[in-house]
Ligand binder design. Sequence first.
Ligand code: ADP
Ligand code: MG
Length: 339
Amino acid sequence: MEARTEISSLGEFGLIKRINQGIKTKLPETIKGIGDDAAVIDLDAQFGLLSSDMLLEGVHFDLTFFPLKHLGYKAIAVNVSDIAAMNGIPQQVTVNLALSNRFSVEAIDELYEGIKAACTDYNVDLVGGDTSSSRSGLLISVSVFGKVKKDLITYRNTAKPNDILCVTGDLGGAYLGLQLLEREKQVFLANPNMQPELEGKDYVIQRQLRPEARMDVVYELAEAGVLPTAMIDVSDGLASDLLHLCAQSGVGAIVFEERLPIDDHTFLAATELKISPITAALNGGEDYELLFTIPQDSYELIKNNPKISVIGYVTDNKEEIALHTKGDNRVPITAQGWS
Ligand code: ADP
Ligand code: MG
């Protein structure tokens, strides 16, 4: 009998690693293949950036509470976020759709309203795609092409010891928004006459349903004359993405618990759901903020930007990626949470 290995024994990142081991790029124009937020292609005058992300019904979204317009917007935003993470400017997107006959023409119009709104907001052109029928459910796969000046590209693997660790915006909101939406769905399924209890929850719900790519910060860093030494977008959660950045850079990091940016609305939602706001900030995911490192002498240039929080620093001890707690303990940061 042929050997059969369960994919779950490798996990998503183990599987990507295995795929990567079997791939050798051969073109001199392929500067960076698998392993960063986007592939990097030499276009002579500058670098091209190419990245894909897909959203699958039942895995990444639940249409009982995810409006199609928001879904369209999110599909573009999460792709733009990977270009932002390379310090690049997005330019063109292609959109692949697989749909079942459950969807009407009007539903697809609504999806495209969101796609078009995002293309306007991020100044990108929709230039193609592919459409197929699906036996069940909706799949949206987007690819994005961007550009970056060669001396401005920011990889994941170039963080340096003593760099300052920064993150944009705030963390944990998108995860708590999802928990609230799922709770209300269960309540509704149990009793369809119940009105959803989502008052005052707009912020975290919007974090889940309508994330933004932080192109604003990419432009502000350039204006301030700050070039990050390394950058990644926070799609899987701060912990997981910090571990990627550190592993690839061969460095360690210390994150201060008290410096984690957590919005008041996120804190309240966490309390209500009996979830630790720190765990949500570290492991929540889907915030699509940027995690980046800067040299110490760039600190003065970012310290007054309210969109940027300094959360820690990079060390040369790659064995230690830890949370410095409010109680002055050091707890290893793991992708599963630290409790
Ligand atoms: P991100 O969260 O930034 O989108 P991922 O964790 O999805 O990045 O992917 C990490 C790297 O692995 C990227 O370079 C991506 O292009 C690559 N990758 C992911 N899935 C595959 C695949 N099935 N085949 C080849 N490369 C892949
Ligand atoms: Mg990414």
